[in-house]
Design a protein around this ligand. Structure first.
Ligand SMILES: [Fe+2]
Length: 175
């Protein structure tokens, strides 16, 4: 179950999470949990195909894949270090959590962050240009579906823009 912490309040209520994130231009959906344990990437894409196709049509995404991070991942700490530092991308960061969990801290207003914990069944879209960071929970594992407008751009941008950009057209992404 997703969790949202903001301004000292914490909630697991999906409607409240959706409403609060929406207030700050961050789409959230709960697609629900389906059988995913020991299921191949190709089968997972089939299982969630209706939702994937809808989101691609609605928001213009052109590519989809899966990513997994866990204790046995080569250079896990090095990979995570890239995301724990505040950054943004020039494209939306779209993540549907299939297994495990992860925390996204997303800029709401200047120096105020929404702390969103994604769990299996949760879809979140961090808009292009929105500052954020990502880290694993103590479970140290996550498996996500990712959607992209342009898979060519994957870089995290660490320099804060002088003017906060919230919905400009960009490309580029990482986890
Ligand atoms: Fe990111």
């Amino acid at each position: 179950m997703a969790k949202l912490q903001y301004r000292g309040k914490a909630t697991n209520d999906q409607q409240e999470i959706r409403a609060t994130l929406s207030e700050f231009g961050v789409p959230y959906e709960h697609w629900g949990l389906r059988k995913t344990a020991s299921v191949s990437d190709e089968e997972i894409l089939q299982i969630y195909r209706p939702e994937i196709d809808r989101l691609m049509n609605e928001r213009g995404y052109a590519a989809v894949d899966l990513v997994a991070l866990h204790a046995e991942t080569t250079n896990l700490e090095g990979i995570l270090a890239k995301f724990t530092k505040e950054h943004h991308h020039t494209d939306d960061e779209v993540r549907f959590t299939v297994e495990g969990e992860g925390v996204f801290e997303i800029e709401a207003t200047t120096n105020e962050f929404l702390k969103f914990t994604a769990e299996p069944g949760d879809l979140i879209v961090i808009p292009a240009g929105r500052r954020h960071s990502f880290y694993l929970t103590s479970r140290r594992q996550i498996r996500c579906i990712r959607l992209f407008q342009d898979k060519a751009g994957w870089e995290a941008i660490y320099d804060k823009p002088s003017v906060t950009v919230t919905n400009a057209a960009h490309d580029g992404k990482t986890l």
